[in-house]
Design a protein around this ligand. Sequence first.
Ligand SMILES: Cc1ncc(COP(=O)(O)O)c(C=O)c1O
Length: 459
Amino acid sequence: MDAIDRLKRDNAQYLWHPMAHPKAMKAEGSRPDIIARGEGCWVWDIDGHKLLDGVAGLWSSNLGHSCKPVRDAIVAQLDELPFFNTFRGTTHPRAIEASRALVELMRPDGVAAVLFSNGGSDAVEGALKLARQYHKLRGHKDRTKYIALRQGYHGVHFGGMSVNGNSNFRRAYEPLLPGVFHIDSPWLYRNAYTQDPEELGRLIAGQLEREIVFQGPDTVAAFIAEPIQGAGGVIVPPANFWPLVREVCSRHGVLLIADEVVTGFGRTGHLFGTRLWDVQADLWCLAKGISSGYIPLGATAISQAVADVFDADATGAGQVAHGYTYSAHPVAAAAALATMKLLVEQDIPGHVARVAPAFQQRLRDLKQRHAFVGDVRGHGLMLGIEMVADPATKAPLPKTSDLPARVARAAYRRGLMVRVSGANLILSPPLVISEAELDTLCTALEGAFDDAASEPVKT
Ligand SMILES: Cc1ncc(COP(=O)(O)O)c(C=O)c1O
């Protein structure tokens, strides 16, 4: 058995993969994509097959896979101080510098401070907990409930899983957190109400208000949502939705948590997704692009108004009884500092805003070419392609359909890595991708759809 075969065998035997059945890799004919090397926007699998990274690792490797300044910052930090904690009075220079850099980046959003953690699920957990604590500090101890959107994804911790809006991520681990309620997603392609975006925005913001009133505003801590729903299928809300949500939350004293784990740091063509909608949240969840995926890091950003309440506390109840051994890990903080510097110096959001419209437009044309493409949607460098059984009725693909997986396999053969999420193909390439590389991506994907269309459809 050669080294590659051994890796494949050991992968099946020893490694459980998130979001996969442990038996899946043991099945006859299953083949893992073992990604062995990366450079720029490209990766190579263990067999030497070269692929354009259409998923940026997992919405993460925004600066590509060989960003020397981030790599150098990491190596220098390993030489200087590989680890120390930030509990209580202890700290280290990189944590302090990264907190200042992030707050400065988010000053226009009204951010005052930041609580670091290790990833997106952590950042969500921090936001959910700080929201309750904020209300308790103000004497509103009954404000404990959360409202969230169907189709939302907020990670896998018990809090985040409870606000998730997709039963696939919930069922196996129920019962979840009590006091969590969901409203419809502002999803133009699939909703029971209207095909008019403005009307939909008003309707769903109205649902939020009715849910808050029904629960009793004095019992609701926060509403959490992604500025664009990512894992749920890249659902871009109508333009009036977030401004209306902001109004509703403010009217009822409910905190607005923006989960920017995917949309943060330039993916939408703006530094942060909430800027797309010209809205300031109260708490933000950040991860992935914060360190360009080089080292795990999460952050909960805290608005001035929320920070003021903690600052005003004289009882000690404002102590943040939450944090991880590796919160603000020095190596991760060094990676984040280098990432944020490049983000600004190279105007990465500006680059995304320039190259994304042609990319979005070209892939929208897939709808004209293939009857099984029901909807193509997205903004900036995030795009979802929803496949359907019948575009006229929008009848969903049967759950057993292997069509999305077949398109993904065809793309892989043509040298493009894409991601399947239910009936959707999701694309989120590195933000530094060039126009020529985007052209290569689109050509490979168009070819993959043609390949899949020419095979007999198995349902
Ligand atoms: C919007 C959003 N929130 C939270 C998370 C969880 O992040 P992590 O996987 O780093 O825990 C994700 C992950 O994709 C996400 O997309």
